[in-house]
Ligand binder design. Structure first.
Ligand SMILES: NC(=O)c1ccc[n+]([C@@H]2O[C@H](COP(=O)([O-])OP(=O)(O)OC[C@H]3O[C@@H](n4cnc5c(N)ncnc54)[C@H](O)[C@@H]3O)[C@@H](O)[C@H]2O)c1
Length: 332
């Protein structure tokens, strides 16, 4: 259930693929979202993208036109970083994934945002300890790593750096829960966090299977799309194992330990991602999606994710309340 946001005003710094999606999510949840991009034309494009996406959501029946209009009314653009963060209780930084860009931006944010404002980063790979090193406000800096696109996919990995105040991690997780996201708090930094480690473990083997001539791009995608992925929308690898044997996960892994380990040891090595490989994958994908444009595919993806989430909400998984997804109602 979505609660009233625990933070009213959010600054979205960097409004590319991820920033614009955060902007839509924050505004739809009831926050004022102030956008700022180094390129002012990009911030305008991002707001126009939010407007178009809201129209799609109205057309597919997941939002009323009044709610869409109110959401768009909450999205504004600020010409400077200082004016963007002036009233923000939370900042979501979504600038490009280069450590120097993040470090410079964080230095400016720490200087210009009010002392109690949380400085969250969408970084996919960096340790917050490195981004915020040496800053007076390192205690209020935190990673809030989304899954693309965050306005459709609720999981968000939340973790601090060495100097982050644990209360900032808790408040960030509470804020994410209050806008309908599923915060997953990590106990410590590891490159790629959980999401990209799992994702690229699978991608490595997917590429290996294509490169070594076992299966086409389309065949590999079909096994995930119409097999593994349908289950994964409902449960993770451990939940799947638990339902794969009548005696649950213990039985599933007992008796076949060696088979499973032999298979793991047989998985492919890290591929050389070079121009030849990229072209091979590109041709495979072109053949698979020749009937639709990328924009149509994305709209279809987003529409289907909304339907899946509505289905899941109507018949929720019989799980104990996960510790990482608390339902906070108090306001920060
Ligand atoms: N794309 C993904 O799938 C994905 C998923 C999760 C997290 N992320 C993370 O989100 C962040 C943004 O990724 P993206 O894919 O949206 O990148 P992007 O290139 O689409 O957008 C980055 C935006 O930041 C702007 N920018 C650059 N320097 C800036 C500055 N100093 N101040 C303000 N704006 C600035 C650029 O003009 C651009 O509009 C990265 O840290 C990335 O790792 C990306």
């Amino acid at each position: 259930m979505t609660h009233r946001p625990t933070i009213d005003t959010v600054a979205v710094i960097g409004t590319g693929v991820i920033g614009r999606s955060w902007a839509l999510l924050f505004a739809r949840a009831g926050c004022a979202a102030v956008l700022h991009d180094r390129d002012p034309a990009q911030a305008s494009r991002a707001r126009a993208w939010v407007a178009d996406s809201l129209v799609d959501e109205v057309e597919s029946g997941s939002l009323t036109s009044a709610d869409a209009a109110a959401s768009l009314g909450r999205v504004s653009i600020a010409g400077s970083l200082g004016s963007a963060v002036k009233r923000a209780g939370y900042v979501q930084e979504s600038a490009p994934e280069y450590l120097e860009i993040k470090r410079e931006l964080y230095a400016a944010l720490d200087e210009q945002a009010a002392p109690e404002t949380i400085l969250g980063s969408s970084t996919s790979t960096f340790d917050m300890s490195r981004i915020s090193a040496g800053l007076a406000g390192a205690h209020r800096c935190v990673v809030a790593h989304p899954v693309n696109p965050p306005h459709q996919l609720p999981a968000v990995e939340v973790l601090g750096g060495g100097a982050t105040d644990p209360a900032v991690v808790t408040r960030t997780a509470a804020f994410m829960a209050s806008i309908g996201q599923v915060p997953v708090v990590l106990d410590r930094f590891v490159p790629g966090f959980v999401l990209n480690r799992l994702q690229f473990a699978l991608v490595r083997e997917a590429i290996h299977l294509v490169e070594s001539g076992v299966a086409s791009v389309e065949a590999v995608d079909a096994v995930v799309r119409d097999g593994l992925g349908l289950r994964w929308a409902l449960m993770g690898p451990f939940g799947v194992a638990d339902t794969n044997a009548d005696g649950g996960i213990r039985q599933y892994y007992t008796g076949h330990e060696q088979l499973v380990m032999d298979l793991m040891n047989d998985l492919g090595p890290t591929p050389s991602i070079d121009a030849r490989l990229i072209e091979q994958l590109g041709e495979g994908v072109d053949a698979m999606t020749a009937m639709a444009s990328r924009a149509e595919m994305r709209r279809w993806r987003d529409r289907m994710i909304r339907k899946l989430r509505a289905l899941k909400a109507g018949d929720p998984a019989p799980l104990t309340t996960p510790e990482h997804a608390p339902s906070f109602t108090e306001r920060a």
